[in-house]
Ligand binder design. Structure first.
Ligand code: GDP
Ligand code: MG
Length: 177
């Protein structure tokens, strides 16, 4: 195998899930293109975007799927989840309701996926400090109880966005390699 052939061996499907307007599309835009949309509509999402990630000096490809807003109608289809090996389960730290939806999303993920999906719980919009409705400790506790990774991010100021995706990719890589 040449080095180039080896990089082709790793393509991980990762899905973004969580309530509408928690920042899923902007997390992907920030990670893949270093862009942010202050007033994004639910339709800006691409179907998926492939992004190279370097893990232990090896290049792996993450195929990251975003919804086109169908989560608003609780109509994310099984095709969306099919073949996923990783998931970012996103809530908005400034809207408690989106944190309370996490259990339902976790259920949906487990129902639709046939394998053990590497999942990270993501508390997004950490820049909105004055509007916080979910503490970091609460996020951590839920993640621990459910066996998930945990991180707080801001797609607006970029903090921890790469780490969130890379944590999932690295863990998948460790499991599969
Ligand atoms: P989605 O429906 O989950 O894909 O959410 P979007 O990515 O479309 O974002 C919904 C709204 O939240 C948009 O107005 C974004 O500009 C805003 N937003 C997304 N991420 C952040 C963030 O980290 N901080 C702040 N302050 N706003 C954000
Ligand atoms: Mg979106």
């Amino acid at each position: 195998n040449t080095e180039e052939e080896q990089t082709e061996d790793y393509l991980f499907k990762i899905v973004l899930i969580g309530d509408s307007a928690v920042g899923k599309s902007n997390l992907l835009a920030r990670f893949a293109r270093d862009e942010f949309y202050p007033n994004s509509k639910s339709t800006i999402g691409v179907e998926f975007q492939t992004q190279k990630v370097e893990i232990n000096g090896k290049e792996v490809k993450a195929q990251i799927w975003d919804t086109a807003g169908q989560e608003r109608f609780r109509a994310v289809t099984s095709a969306y989840y099919r073949g996923a090996v990783g998931a970012l389960l996103v809530y908005d730290i400034s809207r408690r309701q989106t944190f309370e939806s996490i259990g339902r999303w976790l259920n949906e993920l487990q129902t639709h996926s046939d394998m053990n999906v590497v999942t990270i719980l993501v508390g997004n919009k950490s820049d909105l400090k004055d509007a916080r409705e979910v503490t970091t400790a609460e996020g951590k506790a839920l993640a621990e109880a459910q066996g998930l990774f945990f991180i707080e991010t801001s797609a607006l100021d970029s903090s921890n966005v790469s780490s969130a995706f890379e944590t999932v990719v690295r863990e998948i890589y460790n499991i599969l390699s």
